[in-house]
Write a protein that binds this ligand. Sequence first.
Ligand code: ATP
Ligand code: MG
Length: 568
Amino acid sequence: MEKLKALSGEHQLSSYEEACQSFEWTQAEALFSWNLTGNVNMAYEAIDRHAEGELATKLALLYFDGEREERYTYVDMKRESNRSGNVLKSVGVEKGDRVFIFMPRSPELYFILLGALKLGAIVGPLFEAFMEQAVHDRLLDSEAKVIVTTEALLPRIPVDQLPHLETILIVGDGVEESGKIIDYRKLASDASTDLDITWVDREDGMILHYTSGSTGKPKGVLHVHNAMVQHLMTGKWVLDLQPDDIYWCTADPGWVTGTSYGIFAPFLNGATNVIVGGRFNPEFWYSVIERFGVTVWYSAPTAFRMLMGAGEEAFEKYDLSSLRHILSVGEPLNPEVIRWGNESFGLRIHDTWWMTETGAMMICNYPTMDIKPGSMGKAIPGCEAAILDDRGQPLPPHRMGNLALKTPWPSMMRKIWKNDAKYESYFWGDWYVSGDSAYMDEDGYFWFQGRVDDVIMTAGERVGPFEVESRLVEHPAVAEAGVIGKPDPVRGEIIKAFIALRKGYEPSDELKAEIQKFVKEGLAAHAAPREIEFKDKLPKTRSGKIMRRVLKAWELNLETGDLSTMED
Ligand code: ATP
Ligand code: MG
């Protein structure tokens, strides 16, 4: 058999335009081992392939949580994920079974996830902060057979109400076994580090991610092994992963960013992947960059805004000069944050737009392309994006409408778990319709405006909440802003802004008036919020997104709906 190459540092994007002209997904498929062997498995391609090749002794995973620090090579990762696979196998896990992982970040979490994939199981990662109802809903909906968790989180699993749940593996020391509860580490210490991988079809289920719940009840989005094709390529084109990079994605694997770009894209590309446990803390985060010499950093606007808020004192204590490429996802990236990135790191933060449903990056800024601050960039090579009107017709530049993607693409979701009607509702003919509102400019850049349901119609003008929020956070007193449309008998809707102030500022009527004037002068009179309400903090999902539907429900005294993903 032809020897497989490491694939790192090749096929980067030298010219975005050229790639759009000539690239076809079959070129990327040719890079995978299954192209030669017919044997498909994400975990093989991400780990074992490297462990058996040139990258065997390269550092794959660096774990740090402030206390525990561990380092694993690709060979170590292969052995440890095999061990985890054997533990899962010993409790009866088979291809297609749903295996949930509900625990704080730790090296084991990554071994277990990869081990489950090696058995052909469908992994369901759950963020550690979920409470009982959220855990119950997801395990019941997916008919999970096994869950791996910790003693501390065990009380949140309502075992009696989960008829399909056969086994609860507890990762801890001195676990008391009883009934369905089994000591994971006891099994792991005796388990073999050799495992025969279960080969699957590219279209077989791989991971089940529940969405963030920003707009309503979270949906169970199923992705298949074939998603690796897009993970590999966007890791090159957008993350720009090179052989010497130390890469850090700050997202938890409970959210799609934490798996697609916290596990799959970096490992497929043979990168060294930094995993940080524990909670967000500005100084700790800066210290991680310094400690490991992080070069490529993928995070989110909410984190960048919090770092901005922590000010220069925190920033100046650390040597952050290793950074060469910074990216963002999850929420619109305010131009103000890009300016801060420029001033602080001398680097432009690259925005990327995608969704749980798309499985991988879709609209991005590339290292070789000019950035227009406030724009999410252009569609990746091999994909097409457009703005459609409500009848599905493409709109010309500068018209706000439905952001849509031409189907199919490699990492597209294949199912909404047990909800075919919901799945079908995303598709208008050949188009996948995102539920986001945007416009395209004359150069083909896309500009996010808000969720379709959040777009405000005021005195005959359509206003995207994002524009207003971005202007608001440029005001020195404003830390964060969430903007909604409030029904109004005269104007249809008026703009109402909820604002959390920066440290050192106090709410007052003068400040309200000043902020209104600031938006009016910077944006437009009709875009200025007629009402402003100061809040200590804004309602957010645990992945850091502002929940405008909750602001709206509070404002209008409506039911708040599913709050399972909301922060405390
Ligand atoms: P739910 O679907 O449960 O309501 P959600 O849409 O927030 O939650 P995700 O799939 O995690 O769940 O997030 C995708 C959404 O996040 C996108 O539809 C978009 O609204 C927003 N988003 C992601 N990246 C960006 C970005 N770069 N700019 C603007 N918005 C973004
Ligand atoms: Mg969504």
